[in-house]
Design a protein around this ligand. Structure first.
Ligand code: LLP
Length: 441
């Protein structure tokens, strides 16, 4: 499977953004995250154009948690997208990338007072409120500063998106949002309206989950939200001008994965909102979508150096298992361990060779960290390069320093040129926050 601008060049090497991956590995070292800049732009534009065409008044807020570095914030900002941030760190990164605050949404189920203060000070467009406590704290902060903060209320529509249990968020018992069915959401609306000094309730939000391959759960959530908007108008007179339905569209990790296209997603969601508007008679709201994985995921590829393959066989089980060790693992991609996530890979330095042998790609941590349980590759040798695909979302952003590994470099590849957007950590970086108490010196 080749994604985005990936192709096999005349040297039989994988190329991304016109850059030969073998050269990139030699220049930057491995493991290396390569982001296909043109592919990110293509996804941003597909979202913008199709929602403009199908719906009109829509904003696409890239969910920065998927992959959040200064350059990515700058890139999506220049593409005219909005941004969803979910912590002080993400907000600060956005600021460093020059992202316009009037296009930022601030999320989180337990924002600290410091984070709320930062959101108000920076002037983010919407704080997406997720608790009664937050309503109190935020309105007090805004009032103190003589400001009125626009907010959305995170609601729980009670929809199950049929995805991995750890990335479902819209079902009744989720930790997120005010439940619509049990009346908590309406209580929150009233509480927000009572705080009109500091807060302006602009609309409602829901996010049902992630890596979703079916459009039905989105179609199911929309009428629930529209009915709630109608109920708000009937019970309080307040008109909700914004409907944010979150992110969640899946990405292609395997050859046989077929996530809906952005165009299909836009059409189905827009149709659902338009018909819910017609049925309920509510004012047509501005629509916000918060895609993360479907923008960054397929644009990322991680390049590893392969170590010595190891064949293992036990008398009790037939066949031989061949481990293919790579110079990264759990610390740069925790998703297989966390979600049993599946990945595909190719040999970057012999990209066009026929895959003939089944391998288990193992990481180099002191863990049974399998990156890919089973993948067919050409016969691999020490020093070959493995390109694991679709690692652009929730890889770098969830990377750790486990075993005191340094986090890999990230480059943006485009038009035959690769720019470093995150430099490789050094072992000195690893101890820069450590302190040695006097009595241990
Ligand atoms: N909006 C909100 C409020 C969210 O919580 C999320 C993701 C998104 C948008 C973006 O969802 P996406 O379009 O990327 O599916 N670490 C997990 C995924 C967690 C998603 C958390 N929230 C993984 O690696 O699969």
């Amino acid at each position: 499977m080749l994604l985005g601008t990936q192709k096999i060049n005349s040297k039989n090497h994988l190329e991304i953004g016109g850059c030969d991956v073998v050269d990139l590995a030699a220049q930057f070292g491995t493991p290396l995250y390569v982001m296909d800049e043109a592919f990110i732009r293509e996804k941003c534009r597909a979202y913008k154009t199709s929602f403009e065409k199908e719906y009109g008044n829509a904003a696409i807020a890239y969910a920065s948690k998927a992959f959040v570095v200064t350059a990515m914030c700058a890139l999506v900002g220049k593409e005219g997208l909005w941004l969803d941030v979910a912590s002080a760190g993400e907000l600060y990164t956005a600021k460093c990338g020059g992202f316009p605050m009037e296009r930022i949404l601030f999320h989180g189920n337990f924002k600290s007072p410091e984070e709320l203060e930062m959101a108000v000070d920076y002037g983010v467009k919407y704080v997406v409120v997720d608790s009664f406590l937050e309503l109190e704290v935020l309105s007090a902060i805004a009032e103190d500063e003589g400001k009125t903060q626009e907010i959305l209320l995170r609601c729980n529509p009670g929809v199950d998106p049929h995805t991995h249990r750890l990335i479902r968020t819209g079902q009744e018992n989720s930790k997120f949002g005010f439940n619509i069915k049990n009346g908590k959401a309406m209580e929150a609306v009233k509480a927000a309206l009572r705080r009109a000094e500091g807060l302006n309730l602009a609309g409602v939000h829901c996010h049902i989950g992630s890596q979703i391959f079916e459009l039905d759960p989105f179609v199911e959530a929309v009428p629930v939200m529209a009915a709630f908007i109608k109920q708000i108008r009937e019970k309080t007179g307040a008109v909700m001008g914004v409907l944010d339905i979150g992110g969640g569209l899946g990405a292609r990790y395997l050859e046989d994965h077929n996530p809906p296209t952005i165009e299909d997603f836009a059409k189905v969601v827009s149709d659902a909102v338009k018909s819910a508007v017609a049925e309920t008679g509510i004012e047509k709201p501005m629509l916000i979508i918060e895609p993360g994985r479907s923008i960054a995921g397929e644009a990322g590829t991680t390049i590893y150096t392969i170590g010595a393959p190891k064949e293992v066989s036990i008398p009790e089980a037939p066949g031989v298992k061949t481990y293919l060790p790579v110079d990264g693992g759990l610390s740069d991609n925790p998703r297989p361990a966390l979600y049993d996530a599946l990945y595909s890979a190719i040999l970057a330095n012999r990209a066009g060779d026929k895959p003939t042998k089944v391998y288990t790609v193992s990481g180099k941590h002191c863990e049974a960290d399998m990156l890919i349980e089973s993948v067919v590759l050409p016969e691999a040798k020490i020093g070959d390069l493995l390109a694991v695909q679709t690692t652009g979302a929730y890889n770098h952003s969830m990377a750790s320093n486990y075993n005191r590994f340094t986090r890999p470099e990230v480059v943006f590849a485009a038009d035959g040129k690769a720019d470093i957007v995150v430099r490789r950590e050094t072992i000195e970086d690893l101890v820069k926050c450590d302190e040695l108490p006097e009595h241990l010196k």
